[in-house]
Design a binder for this molecule. Sequence first.
Ligand code: FMN
Length: 328
Amino acid sequence: MAEVSGVSDMRSPYRTHGDSFDVDDLVSREPFLQFKNWFEEAKLEPNIEEANAMALATATKNGSPSVRMVLMKGFDKNGIVFYTNYNSRKAAELVCLTDTLLVRARTCLSYCYNLSQSWLNDINQASPPPKKPKLDKKQRDKLYDVEKRTREQVCLAATFLVRAGMSYCYIPSQSWYVLLQTFLVRAEENPKCSCMFYWEQLKRSIRVEGSVSRLSKEKSEEYFNSRPRPSQLGALSSNQGSIVDSRKTISDRFKSLSETYKDEDKTIPKPDCWGGYLVTPDLFEFWQGQTTRLHDRICFRRLATGEKVDEKLTHIGEDGWVFERLEP
Ligand SMILES: Cc1cc2nc3c(=O)[nH]c(=O)nc-3n(C[C@H](O)[C@H](O)[C@H](O)COP(=O)(O)O)c2cc1C
C-alpha cells in the first residue's frame, strides 16, 4: 500500500565521457587543495544553496552506524569543523578516548572499584567466607571508610563527566556507581567518523574519513557569538535528542529565553553542552558521475606503516599522502 511507484525508472544523466575526471585533472597532489577547489566551485554554483551541507556518519564502538546532515563551518589544513550539541546521539558516539576529563573520570572509578574489591577480598578471606557477613567494628569502620572514599571519587568522576559536556549526568542515591559506569562506557565510543558532500548539480561528491576532537571552549564560543541571536537562543532552548512531550514545551522555553535576553546588548552565553568538532581526515575520495556509470573515483589516503606500494597503481602524493584511481 505504501509502495512508491516509478522509483526504478528514476534516472538522470550525469557527465559525458569527454567530461571525465582523471589524475591529470587534480589541482594538487595532496587532498586539501583539491577539496578547496571542488568546494569553491560548488559554492559558486547558483543552484546549490548549501554547498557546506554534509552527511556525517558515526558508529558506536559495537559498530552500529548512524548518519545525519550537519553543516561544515570551517575548513583548513587541519580538517573540517562542524558544531553540534555535546549531549546528542552523534556526540555520544563520537566522544574521544583522549578527552582528558573522561580519562580522569575513569581513573576515579577504577580507584573506587579497586577499593571495593580489596574490601571484598578481606571479607572473603575469612574462612569459611560468610554468606551474609556479620561485620565486626574494625570491618564496619573499613566499610564506612571505603564507602566514604568511593563516594568522594564518584562525585569527582561525576564532576569531570559534567565538565566533559555530559550535563544530563544525574546521580540517584543508590545506583550512582552503575550509572556513572554506563556513562563512561558510552563515553568511550568511537571517535571516528565519515563525512559526505554531494553536489547533485555538479555530479560530484567528496567522502572524507577521519577522527574527531572537540574544539576548545574559546573557539566554540567565538563561533557561537558570531551566530544570529535566534540561532543562539535555539541552541540554548534545545537539549538535542532528548525526548520531549510537545513542541510547545520547547517553544515556551524559547519564548522565556527570548524574554530574558530581549536586551540586544545582553550576551547570550554559549551552553556548556554545545560546541564544535574538528574532523582530522585520513582519507578523501573525489567522485564524479558519468552517465555510463563508469564514474571517476580518485582516493587519497595515508600509507600504512611499512606499506610498500606498486607505483603503477599508487601515486606518491605530497605531505605524506598517496592517491589511487578506484573502479567505479
Ligand atoms: C541541511 C541540514 C543541516 C544541519 N546542520 C546541523 C548542524 O550543523 N549541527 C547539528 O547539530 N545538526 C544539524 N542538523 C540536524 C541534524 O541532521 C540532526 O537532526 C541533529 O543533529 C541530531 O542528530 P543526532 O541525533 O544523530 O545527534 C542539520 C540538518 C540538516 C537537514
